[in-house]
Design a protein around this ligand. Structure first.
Ligand code: HDD
Length: 694
């Protein structure tokens, strides 16, 4: 073997990048600040470690290498045990209607004032690197930096929660996370341990039916509702309390995917929701939500046919209407995902004076859990100094020292009472946080209130309030999820519970699972009531016929008619959509000889990422693409996912191969207005022709 005397292989890097000389800061042209270590020592070479000889060992003395690697080794912090996968944005809250009658909180009384906020959306079950589109509840956490301290509304996109008592939260999460022995499935509830747990906990039935609905497969984070879930209190200047529930309503209306689409999106784009939010903000189409409250008194609550302190119950809007009092606008993407989205620490205990907690036992447990989590996740007691967590109002306290203390407090006094310093902080009864002076009676004990015993009436109300399409989707999701459950008695137990919600639902799921007969229903702790249907619980009812915020894909190829492409593009953009061009190659030559750059290559840009599709192809290109599975699937999927399709004559041969049958949502490319109208909605009438639903 030839021995090498020196590293004489040809190095493809220019000399300055190889770092022989110290001219590193000239490598990309222009002037650059000199790179330094964390301590500010200039770095002579960022390519080569310090070696004893050119081909000898690396020296321990190389403090530059050790610092760089050490920092890298510690670049991750523990991910959140739940809600690890999240996307966030900055924005503001603006009050449009004062609640001064009910609360002293300035953020809810000063109309027109804009208060900065940071909102993080998340999935619950998957890890930080998991996909954006599993069937899952979505977190909807808003940190409002009010002038009286941070207010965190740490909610979800579903108005109820699985369990009634914080004691059960670790069990719920252990059951839904990947199974500990095999380490799968990631980000999915369709497995034995989750369904085993819920089948033994009838209180989960309400949130479960929401999670089986299309609410759990949103089209976009911009098209989801948010809910504070628990009852909170508002407290006015007289010390009077009014109960309140908080709601966020997307201005774009609600929209979901269909399940087959959500599942395929996992392959098409892992970051579908994150990218969608980023692109909307980047293009200046700032997502907005109305902020609404449901206000009710103790006496109102007494008359409800359920206990509002039970987080598995919601208050139908028909019973307590929603009052819109403000809006949230998200207008700035974070500068750095780690520093902001990852390090942000929400906590339901963060409330400004004038808002207070209720006795909801789940909320009470949460008040402990978040701070405790953050101490370990963010490494110590000074995490509130991280910029994204720090309040934007003045703050003064006597808390000192600890890991990563970033401030340099001055003076001798860090205690109270004291008499040495005139201007040290003191508590203020007048301005301070006030807890409602609620009288209580009864005896201490580990008990579940009798008023929490009805587990089926509200899921039944939810089911009966849904449209036929939604009911079919819900029944099919139960069937899909339970089909992944291997333990047969667990399937039986779940279907048994469904009988209390609706015999018809139970029968549909049982049939879809191939059960010979309906399993017995378990004993219900309270009799099931027939509550009036609540149309406000529908998702389809809250969709808007609009293209605003949606995306239209246009397939083109060599020789396509550019004028036709422009016509569709303009009409779609006029209706508020963004348009993306898809082509077999990333740039094509159009009929008039001009070049058109595509936004996506066909093989990597399936139709799942669009809300509607159009196609402008020369017949010869259509013939060619009819032999390309990516093109055939483009249309087959758009058709199966109930999207409007506008196609030219040249595309017909592909449509035939894709089994696209003519219907109201399949239009000739020349019918631009018809296409835009059809693109504003899903083609629900098509669904029975494209899939078998339970
Ligand atoms: Fe929780 C995070 C929402 C019950 C314990 N939760 C977390 C996040 C959201 C929620 C949106 C992520 C916030 C972010 O983006 O960083 N959690 C809820 C809702 C609940 C709920 C709406 C019921 C109504 N949570 C709940 C209970 C407990 C926790 C009952 C424990 C007793 N939640 C946590 C946590 C997390 C968390 C483990 C993980 C990371 C963190 O807090 O900071 O402490």
């Amino acid at each position: 073997m030839p021995t090498k005397k020196s590293p004489s292989r040809k190095n493809p890097l220019p000399a300055d990048v190889r770092g022989h000389a110290g001219e590193l800061h000239q490598q990309a042209g222009g002037t650059h600040p000199v790179m330094t270590t964390q301590m500010g020592i200039p770095v002579p070479d960022n390519q080569n470690s310090l070696r004893a000889t050119p081909r000898g060992p690396t020296l321990l003395e190389d403090f530059i290498l050790r610092e760089k690697i050490t920092h890298f080794d510690h670049e991750r912090i523990p991910e959140r045990i739940v809600h690890a996968r999240g996307s966030a944005a900055h924005g503001y809250f603006e009050l449009t209607d004062s609640l001064a009658e009910f609360t002293t909180a300035k953020v809810l009384t000063e109309v027109g004032k804009r208060t900065p906020l940071f909102t993080r959306f998340s999935t619950v079950a998957g890890g930080a690197g998991s996909v954006d589109t599993p069937r899952d509840v979505r977190g909807f956490a808003v940190k409002i930096y009010t002038e009286e301290g941070n207010w965190d509304i740490v909610g979800n996109n579903i108005p109820v929660f699985f369990i009634q008592d914080a004691m059960k939260f670790p069990d719920l999460i252990h059951a839904v996370k990947m199974e500990p022995d095999r380490g799968f499935p990631q980000a999915a509830s369709a497995h034995d341990t989750f369904w085993d747990f819920v089948s033994l906990m009838p209180e989960t039935m309400h949130t479960l039916i929401w999670a089986m609905s299309d609410r759990a497969i949103p089209r976009s984070l911009r098209m989801m509702e948010g809910f504070g879930i628990h009852s909170f209190r508002l407290i006015n200047a007289k010390g009077e309390s009014t109960f309140v529930k908080f709601h966020w309503r997307p201005r774009l209306g609600l929209q979901s995917t269909v399940w087959d689409e959500a599942a395929k999106l996992q392959g098409a784009d892992n970051d579908f929701h994150r990218r969608d939010l980023f692109e909307a903000i980047d293009s200046g189409a700032f997502p907005q939500w109305d902020f609404g409250v449901q206000l009710f008194t103790e006496a109102d609550a007494e008359a409800f046919p359920f206990d509002h302190l039970d987080p598995t119950k919601l208050i139908p809007e028909e019973l307590v209407p929603l009052r819109i009092i403000g809006r949230m606008v998200l207008d700035r993407w974070p500068d750095n995902l780690f520093a902001e989205t990852e390090q942000v620490a929400y906590c339901p205990a963060n409330l400004p004076p004038g808002i207070d907690f209720s006795n909801d036992p789940l909320l009470q447990g949460r008040l402990f859990s978040y701070l405790d989590t953050q101490l370990s996740r963010l490494g110590g007691n000074n995490f509130s100094q991280i910029p994204i967590n720090a309040p934007k109002c003045p703050f003064h306290h006597n808390q000192r020292d600890g890991h990563m203390q970033m401030q340099v407090p001055k003076g001798r006094v860090a205690y109270e009472p004291q008499s040495l310093v005139p201007d040290a902080p003191r508590a203020s009864l007048a301005q301070g946080f006030r807890s409602f002076a609620q009288a209580s009676d009864g005896s201490k004990g580990r008990v579940r209130a009798e008023s929490f015993a009805d587990h089926y009436s509200q899921p039944r109300q939810f089911w009966l309030s849904q449209s036929e399409i939604e009911q079919a989707h819900i029944a099919s999701s139960y069937a899909f999820e339970l089909s992944k459950v291997e333990t047969l008695h667990v399937r039986d137990a779940v279907v048994g519970h469904l009988r209390h919600i609706d015999e018809g639902l139970a029968q549909r799921v049982a049939d879809a699972l191939g059960m010979a007969e309906l399993p017995p229903a378990p004993q219900a702790a309270a009799s099931v009531q027939d509550l009036p249907p609540s149309p406000a619980l529908q998702l389809i009812g809250k969709m808007k016929d609009t293209l605003e915020g949606r995306c239209v894909g246009i397939l083109v190829s060599e020789g396509s008619d550019g004028a036709m492409v422009d016509k569709i593009r303009k009409a779609a953009e006029k209706a508020g959509a963004t348009v993306k061009i898809v082509a077999p190659k990333i740039a094509v030559t159009l009929k008039d000889g001009s070049r058109l750059a595509a936004d996506g290559q066909l093989a990597g840009t399936p139709s799942m990422v669009f809300d509607a599709v159009a196609s402008v192809l020369m017949p010869s290109e259509g013939d060619k693409l009819a032999r390309d599975s990516a093109a055939v699937e483009w249309f087959a999927n758009a058709f199966a996912h109930l999207k409007a399709i506008a196609a030219c004559k040249g595309t017909q041969v592909i449509l035939q191969k894709a089994n696209v049958e003519p219907d109201a949502g399949v239009l000739a490319i020349e019918d631009v207005n018809g296409f835009i109208a059809a693109a504003k909605t899903r083609q629900w009438a098509r669904e029975p022709n494209v899939r078998t639903l339970a």
